[in-house]
Design a protein around this ligand. Structure first.
Ligand code: AMP
Length: 308
């Protein structure tokens, strides 16, 4: 099996996060980081992003040591993107305390020549205008998935709707799906989105799992029942990394394989939250990922009355 190339464009951040179990300051974070660390376990990942002059070289080395190709990471003069958040006691809600864009404010993704043949592309949560711009730079992707957030849904809805016509999968959380569609019901919201262009919609529902919806079918992956969760930051991006990397690794976009990819995504998300920031993903092995995927099968397998 020859894995297809997987490209991600998105934030590379210094995160300061506090949960009831501890806190971090200026730790390695950002959507492209969680995505690529998770994805790199399954296939080679190429990253495009920007960091400031204050971004520690050791942080980048952590990515490089996982085999992530950083040729598309620019270092610019100025402050790195910083994000500060605090989680509630049950870890279900979080408050963003500070977002300092720094060099990320002027980010203009430039896809290096050697990344332009990428077959699998993930457009992390950035300005939809820049996401469209990335699509102009890649040659012939087989699968394009994209994330967004409420800020862009409110501020740049027209461009976002334009983007939807050019992508295969929109991957958002339930509140974003509701806000984009104007419908509180996530299943109707998913079909509203399908009517705007994408072939599939993935709706992430945190501790309630994730949905894969296409015009004919719906598949639900549960969240893994963890007894210890330390830091939910980046779970959604690790999910996306696992999902896309599994598809890139296998090259199979048929529905049974898309369902498996949902479980690889869920496995990666569940592993990511077992430690602070990227700590767990920095150590993770392919064997552990396969093990978690098998545990998912046991979790949801059942037989009909009369079956073995
Ligand atoms: P998640 O928990 O999946 O929502 O991802 C959290 C990650 O997204 C953190 O590592 C942040 O650095 C990053 N992040 C937070 N706000 C933004 C933003 N406005 N744009 C891009 N990335 C962000």
């Amino acid at each position: 099996m020859v894995p297809g190339s997987l490209l991600v464009v998105g934030s590379i951040a210094l995160d300061s996060v506090s949960t009831p179990f501890g806190e971090t300051a200026d730790a390695l974070g950002g959507a492209a980081v969680f995505f690529s660390m998770a994805g790199a376990v399954l296939c080679p990942v190429q990253v495009v992003g920007v960091v400031g002059s204050d971004f520690p070289e050791e942080h980048l080395k952590k990515l490089a040591s996982r085999g992530v190709d950083l040729a598309g990471v620019e270092r610019q003069r100025g402050e790195s993107f910083r994000w500060k958040a605090r989680y509630s006691y049950d870890l279900n809600s979080r408050e963003t305390l500070e977002t300092r864009l720094g060099v990320f404010a002027q980010f203009q993704p430039r896809i290096p020549e050697k990344f332009r043949d990428a077959r699998y592309v993930f457009l992390g949560n950035i300005d939809p205008e820049l996401q469209l711009n990335v699509l102009d730079q890649v040659k012939q992707p087989k699968l394009v998935a994209c994330d967004t957030m409420n800020y862009w849904i409110q501020g740049k809805k027209d461009l976002l709707l334009e983007l939807l016509r050019h992508i295969d999968i929109l991957m958002v959380n339930d509140s974003e799906a509701r806000e984009l569609s104007g419908d509180w019901n996530v299943y109707r919201a998913a079909h509203w989105i399908l009517g705007r262009g994408p072939k599939m919609v993935v709706i992430k529902q945190g501790e309630h799992g994730a949905l894969l919806v296409d015009p004919e079918t719906t598949f639900k992956a549960p969240a893994y029942p963890l007894q210890e969760v330390f830091d939910p930051t980046g779970a959604g991006d690790a999910f996306a990394g696992g999902f896309m990397a599994y598809l890139a690794r296998t090259g199979d976009l048929a529905f049974p394989n898309l369902r498996r990819a949902m479980i690889y995504g869920s496995a990666m998300g569940s592993l990511a939250v077992e430690a602070f920031g990227t700590q767990r993903l920095e150590q993770i092995t392919l064997q552990e990922v396969h093990g978690r995927v098998k545990a998912f099968r046991d979790l949801i397998h059942f037989s009909l009355d009369g079956e073995a």
